[in-house]
Design a protein around this ligand. Sequence first.
Ligand SMILES: [Zn+2]
Length: 186
Amino acid sequence: MKSVNSSADLEALLRSVGLRPTPQRMALGWLLFGKGKRHTTAEKLHLEATVAGLPVSKATVYNTLNQFTDAGVLRQLAFDGSKSFFDTNTSTHHHFFIEGENVLIDIANDDLALGRIPAPPEGYEITRIEVVIRLRKRTLLQRIRTSDQAQPKPFPAARHRNPRLEFIRSSQSSGLAQAQNAKNSR
Ligand SMILES: [Zn+2]
């Protein structure tokens, strides 16, 4: 999808897929596409529209999202049965899904390698493969445990050498260096 930076861009996008740029499509389209790649739900978009002072009903939001999806400028992703997300990034890509927060994060195609892909059932072909990696926040206890493991190791034994001995050693070696220098300058 080309980035939408102005209402002219949006109008061109809608016209390119055969959608008439009605005021409602333009207003909702701007909320959707004016912020680059993003994921949203009908409820979220309706709330955004309300906050922006757009007098649209939930039904209009649903209809518009479905029209955009049918036209191919949006992709619908379903999770957990009823939860439907709309993605302005219509290219094939993968997602992290944060359970409980209902948040989707894009995973670039290059960041995920697929190993073995099963053969599709007789008479079918694979249209695309999209992976959803489900996440949940680690509990506080888990985080504390991991940070314990990440603590630096105790000082190595060498650090506990007798400082007096260290001093003697270094002065010996510097004395030697001095003697060497004196020899060279002769
Ligand atoms: Zn996405």
